[in-house]
Design a protein around this ligand. Structure first.
Ligand code: ADP
Ligand code: MG
Ligand code: ZN
Length: 603
């Protein structure tokens, strides 16, 4: 009892001394060596990048601003504070000037006062809270842990690639990482550049966490995992401190894997944040980037991150040297689904009448987690009924249960729907294959994406070409029409499945006429003042700049271009009816086929 009271008296003194120390240190001017520039002067310096010998950017931890320090060819060393670090980085990138991003700049003392007051208040708050709760030992312990990374080191990590069913492509991509983690020295003596950051992208439950763990298990290295939402705490500064701490710990035990789940919670595109935790998030993200920029390529730490929304991530994190590798974790196809079911029923007793093949067939669009859930529910069902094995009815029952009634059951796709999707996607694929300005086909899938698409046909990523030709635009339109044309040829009717395709065709055709001057009849005039998405007729009719005659001419041109493309596209698909049938059958069987498998159908 006595002890405790003494502690309570001592600590505020200790804090006051600390505070005084910080104040004194902040008042001592640092870095008198470099000359300060105004924003205008800095711009002039940046305008002649040849003069810059060395550049470094010191990110400020409390805002987007940064100090830019430049060594110039005339021997001067200059420094300026800029409001937006990203802008300067982009400018330096564009000028081809190398720069280093060093830690966090000392912000000026005045900037820090609010934070310091907050920190002190926070400390008092914590002491009061913890003092009230129990012994001094417990208090110190808790205090010591505050601001620690809270990353969980999984010691029981004996998950291997064999525990991840399917995902052959994903595993193949990650084998190299495993090799590196096993023999980091071999790679560094070779001078090989190994990715620092890998981002796993896929819907929830597709096994991203499992895969990351398996990489660590396979390589036999420690696995630190933390979730992006853990970082986002109430107090400014805590998230950044956690990141720092996490990497410190990781460095001590490298080679290792640091896994950041739900990275979108911290790495959301800047400037779109809603609400208060904005600053905190940004600061945490900055710290993460600083850490990643800071450790050497071959230091043996690989940061893996998972998200299901790659589109909302801040582009800064995808820069080279950060998360420069992306692994798409797709939903499992029939074969993979069967393997997942088999894997998760290894420790369960199934009766004779359970046909996992059948279950796999009827669950297109289900994730690994969904399937595991179904087997688990079925096992519970069987146990409750007092049977010693899972029977067919248990599984049917589990479907209803896990689907929370009807929601997921409606995701069970009928054979008819699958077939329509297969024809539709094959239609696109044939055109991608035949037209030289688009494609070739990389992958065809009829697994529902969960974002509304029944399937997809993926061309090989476009080359970075500066000019898009008229021919290319026509081919893009034709490829987009392929789905609908295939439906017309094979089914006696057409479906609503082509609405996105039709939208794209219309957009391209309009742009050709109204923006790119690619219609000889209309000529080289831009009629589209408000960007791409103007509803033809409406906006133009409103401002009355154009005559009705012109409007109908534009309309006719758009129609003519679309009609010509349609005619040519249809002729190509008609000439490849055999491929259409064969590919449809193959897709019905496998759900997902590669570009090579598709190419073979043409011989
Ligand atoms: P995510 O992180 O993508 O949301 P998880 O890795 O947490 O998904 O997966 C949840 C669970 O689903 C896993 O623990 C595992 O039981 C099961 N699962 C998902 N995908 C697979 C797979 N390919 N093989 C085996 N099990 C899987
Ligand atoms: Mg997960
Ligand atoms: Zn389509």
């Amino acid at each position: 009892m006595n002890d405790k009271r003494q502690q309570n008296v001592k600590i505020p003194w200790f804090l006051l001394i600390l505070l005084a120390g910080v104040i004194i240190l902040s008042l001592v001017p640092f870095r008198v060596l470099s000359e300060r520039l105004t924003a205008g002067e800095l711009r002039m310096v940046l305008a002649s990048p040849d003069e810059i010998m060395e550049a470094s950017i010191e990110l400020n931890s409390y805002s987007r601003s940064a100090d830019v320090v430049l060594e110039l060819s005339d021997g001067r060393s200059v420094k300026a504070t800029v409001p937006d670090a990203e802008e300067v980085m982009a400018e330096l990138d564009a000028d081809g000037v190398d720069y280093t991003i060093s830690g966090i700049a000392e912000s000026s003392f005045m900037d820090n006062i609010p934070y310091m007051i907050m920190m002190v208040m926070m400390f008092f708050f914590f002491f009061m809270l913890m003092g009230a709760r129990g012994g001094a030992g417990g208090m110190n312990q808790r205090l010591a842990n505050f601001g620690k990374s809270r990353a969980r080191l999984s010691s029981d990590n004996n998950i291997h690639f064999s525990d991840v069913a399917g995902m052959e492509e994903e595993k193949k991509e990650l084998r190299e990482v495993v090799e590196f983690l096993r023999h980091p020295l071999k790679f560094s003596t070779m001078g090989a550049r190994i990715p620092k950051g890998i981002i796993l992208v896929g819907s929830p439950g597709t096994g991203k966490t499992l895969l990351a763990k398996a990489v660590a298990g396979e390589a036999g290295v420690p696995f630190y995992s933390i979730s992006g939402s853990d970082f986002v705490e109430m107090y400014v500064g805590v998230g950044a401190a956690r990141v720092r701490d996490l990497f410190e710990e990781a460095k001590r035990t490298s080679p290792c894997i640091v896994f950041i789940d739900e990275i979108d919670a911290v790495a959301r595109r800047r400037g779109t944040g809603l609400g208060g935790s904005h600053d905190e998030r940004e600061q945490t993200l900055n710290q993460l980037l600083v850490e990643m920029d800071g450790f050497a390529q071959n230091q043996g730490i690989i940061v893996m991150a998972a998200t299901n929304r790659v589109d909302i991530l801040d582009p800064a994190i995808m820069r080279p040297g950060r998360f420069d590798r992306k692994v798409q974790v797709g939903k499992p196809d029939v074969k993979a689904r069967k393997q997942i079911l088999e894997l998760h029923s290894r420790n369960k007793r199934l009766s004779e009448d359970v046909d996992l093949e059948r279950v796999a067939r009827t669950t297109a669009g289900f994730t690994g987690a969904d399937l595991e859930n179904i087997l688990n529910e079925a096992a519970i069902e069987a146990t409750i009924d007092g049977r010693d094995s899972i029977c067919k009815e248990d599984i049917d029952e589990a479907f209803i249960k896990t689907g929370i009634g009807t929601e997921k059951r409606s995701r069970v796709i009928s054979e008819r729907d699958k077939r329509i999707t297969a024809y539709h996607e094959t239609g696109h694929a044939i055109l991608f294959h035949e037209l030289k300005d688009v494609g070739p086909v990389h992958m065809i899938s009829i697994i529902p994406t969960g974002e509304g698409a029944a399937g997809y046909t993926m061309p090989v990523p476009e080359k970075d070409e500066m000019h898009v030709t008229r021919g290319q635009l026509r081919h893009m339109m034709m490829a987009a029409m392929g789905g609908r044309i295939a439906e017309e040829l094979v089914l006696s009717d057409i479906t609503t499945g082509a609405s996105q395709d039709i939208k794209q065709v219309t957009k391209i055709a309009r742009a050709m006429v109204m923006q790119y001057g690619m219609s000889d009849r209309i000529g080289m005039i831009n009629y589209d003042e408000n960007g791409d998405d103007v509803f033809l007729g409406y906006d133009i009719a409103h401002n009355k700049t154009y005559s009705d005659k012109l409007l109908s001419e534009i309309d006719e041109e758009v129609r003519r271009i679309v009609a010509e493309c349609y005619r040519d596209a249809r002729a190509i698909i008609e000439a490849h009816r055999d491929v259409l049938e064969k590919c449809c059958e193959l897709l019905m069987e496998k759900e997902k086929i590669t570009g090579e498998e598709f190419d073979e159908l043409f011989v």
